[in-house]
Design a binder for this molecule. Structure first.
Ligand SMILES: Cc1ncc(COP(=O)(O)O)c(C=O)c1O
Length: 395
């Protein structure tokens, strides 16, 4: 009964692995999820109590598709302070940034359009692209930066409609696209009339002071309102993923089409949840919470790195991300991270094998380790268990 497409698309291995995080005794380095102990439940409770103490009938009513005005305004005020000037009219509230990706795919992509993605990239974006009839191609790299010459050649050859990029602390690599590259990519996309989808759920979680400009603000500076960058971010990693709140910032020329797509899809995002977030941002607690998250995740990153070095030595190599939640790791050439995962499940520790994040030619020896949930003690125990599992593979 299923359509060919639905029958061909499988459940995300990351979501499958999430079940282990609930099983007693398991240590999970699999989920790209914020630390549960870091969700500001008191802050959320306090704004909710304020809301309920007032005349709050409207927060249980249907809302407009674009999103509740107080939330759009709060986001615009807040992003202004973090270097992203936005007009609230440019903002569309979504059910998490996952919905932002879906809406943009629906609005821009037709059969055989080419979408260029990073190598590797966010698994659930690949999964959504599989529902379109577009063709996914990976960008070429020089070291860990995009090969701009190869990009221009590819754009000049035609057929490319969209560039899907996670420029800051990417999932799964933690990689950053540097400012000079951002400017060149914006110019290339403009010259060849390609849409840039800028997915930025981790940019707020920087461990250093170094600031990168968004593609969106660079494009605004270069081309005024007539640019082709669609920016999206999320409250999932900095506030609460369960409230399912994200937002898109769009050039005016795309606003209507994307709003109509959301109208058709789900009418609007939860009114109550939008008001909770609007008040939370306006209260200023979000900045305090982000400061705490950055410090905690920096410590957790360092803790995991130390434990891996202590217990795995040169059996594993990895980057040192300047923000976000992930270590992108490699086992020795010829090793298979999926086989290691099987052995690790016996040891009650899980991670995501890296091959799932590739659109083409997967690296079998890659793996993604998330440190957001780990204390020093669990990081150490996880490394001990992974080392034991590695030993069973080689014995
Ligand atoms: C790169 C990226 N984009 C989008 C999302 C979706 O996030 P949400 O829908 O919770 O905002 C995630 C979640 O892990 C992500 O890593």
């Amino acid at each position: 009964m299923l359509s060919k497409k639905s029958a061909a698309i499988h459940s995300s291995p990351v979501r499958e692995l999430l079940k282990f995080s609930k099983e007693p005794g398991f240590i999970s380095l699999a989920g790209g999820i914020p630390a549960t102990d870091m969700i500001d439940v008191e802050g959320i409770d306090s704004v909710l109590q304020q809301l309920l103490a007032e005349d709050h009938r409207d927060v249980f009513q249907y809302s407009v598709t674009e999103g509740e005005w107080p939330l759009r305004q709060s986001i615009a005020n807040w992003t202004q302070n973090v270097g992203l000037p936005l007009d609230p009219q440019q903002i569309l509230i979504t059910n998490g940034s996952q919905q932002g990706i879906d809406l943009l795919n629906r609005v821009f992509l037709e059969k055989d359009d080419v979408v260029l993605v990073e190598r590797p990239t966010y698994l659930a974006a690949l999964q959504l692209l599989d529902y379109t009839e577009a063709v996914i191609e990976e960008l070429a790299y020089q070291g860990d930066q995009i090969d701009l010459g190869a990009l221009e050649t590819r754009l000049a050859a035609g057929g490319v409609k969209m560039l899907y990029l996670i420029p800051t602390f990417a999932n799964p690599t933690g990689r950053i696209i540097e400012n000079e590259q951002r400017i060149e990519i914006v110019k290339l996309a403009h010259r060849y009339q390609v849409v840039i989808v800028e997915d930025d759920p981790y940019g707020h979680l920087a461990f250093t002071e170094q600031c990168r400009e968004t593609f969106f603000s660079l494009a605004q500076q270069l081309y005024g309102v007539d640019h082709n960058v669609c920016y999206m971010s999320s409250f999932s990693k900095i506030f609460s993923p369960g409230l399912r709140l994200g937002w898109l910032a769009l050039p005016e020329k795309f606003l209507m089409a994307v709003t109509v797509a959301k109208q058709a899809l789900d009418l609007h995002t939860s009114t109550l949840n939008q008001h909770i977030a609007a008040r939370y941002i306006a209260s200023g607690r979000i900045d305090q919470r982000i400061a705490l998250l950055k410090e905690t995740y920096r410590q957790r990153r360092d803790g995991l790195i130390e434990s891996l070095q202590r217990h795995l030595g040169d059996a594993i190599t990895f980057n040192r991300p300047e923000g976000g939640m992930f270590l992108w790791c490699h086992l020795k050439e010829g090793m298979d991270a999926s086989r290691l995962l099987k052995a690790c499940i016996e040891e009650k520790v899980v991670f995501v094998p890296g091959d799932v994040f590739f659109a083409e030619n997967p690296e079998k020896n890659a793996l993604r380790l998330s440190y957001s949930m780990l204390t020093q003690q669990t990081a150490d125990e996880a490394a001990v268990r992974i080392a034991r599992a590695l030993q069973t593979l080689s014995s």
